[in-house]
Design a protein around this ligand. Structure first.
Ligand code: PEP
Length: 252
């Protein structure tokens, strides 16, 4: 099955009111009309409204970087799915390695968030990935299997079709070290097979699995040219118009 590539930028805790809008407008001017590739950007929560406004009328969607699983109430510092939708987001990144390893989010918490996002019609970009020591100990597949099995527990086949999986080896995030195309392909194929076991081959074939970890214009075509790599989740190179545009143009 031909899966449409999906390239998303994760701005993390970067930009400002002015720069987030400048970046969004710069992207809209250059790749806002692209429809052969799905494109999204994920600004910090406080800049979502401005970025959604700046991207209105373009094909570039907006995602939040995180959300909480309760509807409302005494959850200081958190944002809800209703807020994420209200401001104009289509997507939410869940399970990013920085949420897992810096903020201490568990597979179980991520699962609760995935279920909540889906029930409120916000589309999860569900991130998984092994640490360097886990890869070196030969535990990559075990770690990913656990993250997928627990993180997606209770997600129906129908809902799973609205999830994008993002494989992001932690050792490749923000380090300049990229998984080789062969390494990425090997893991993506394993993940697709795993999804086929949990759901079925048809579903596994339809799911998009993004790669994340030091993707840039110069390596995007080869990475995303792998048969099971269906897009990219981009950190550092999503913070400059030209860098992000180069990635999208390399895979159009
Ligand atoms: C990320 O944070 O999702 C990421 C892949 O970052 P970078 O592209 O900077 O490695």
């Amino acid at each position: 099955m031909a899966r449409k590539l999906f390239v998303a930028g994760n701005w993390k805790m970067n930009t400002s009111v002015a720069y987030s809008v400048e970046l969004a407008k710069g992207l809209a001017a250059q790749i806002g009309a692209v429809d052969s590739v799905d494109i999204a950007v994920c600004p910090p929560a406080v800049y979502l409204a401005g970025v959604c406004e700046a991207l209105k009328g373009s094909n570039i969607a907006v995602g939040a970087q995180n959300m909480y699983f309760e509807d409302d109430g005494a959850f200081t510092g958190e944002i809800s799915t209703a807020m994420v939708k209200d401001v104009g987001c289509k997507y939410v990144i869940l399970g990013h390695s920085e949420r897992r390893h810096v903020m201490g989010e568990s597979d179980e918490m991520i699962n609760t968030k995935v279920l909540k996002a889906l029930s409120d019609d916000v589309l999860p970009m569900f991130c998984i990935g092994e640490l360097l020591q886990e890869r070196e100990a030969g535990k990559t597949n075990d770690v990913l299997r656990r993250q997928v099995t627990v993180g997606l527990e209770g997600v129906s086949r129908g809902d799973m079709q609205r999830v994008t999986v993002a494989y992001e080896p932690v050792w490749a995030i923000g380090t300049g070290v990229t998984a080789s195309p062969a390494q990425a392909q090997e893991v993506h194929a394993m993940l697709r097979e795993l999804l086929g076991t949990i759901y079925d081959a048809g579903l596994a074939d339809a799911i998009r699995i993004q790669y994340g970890g030091s993707v840039k214009g110069s390596n995007a075509a080869e990475l995303l040219g792998q048969p099971d790599v269906d897009g990219a989740l981009v950190g550092g190179a999503s913070l400059k118009v030209d860098d992000f545009v180069a990635i999208v143009k390399a895979v159009m």
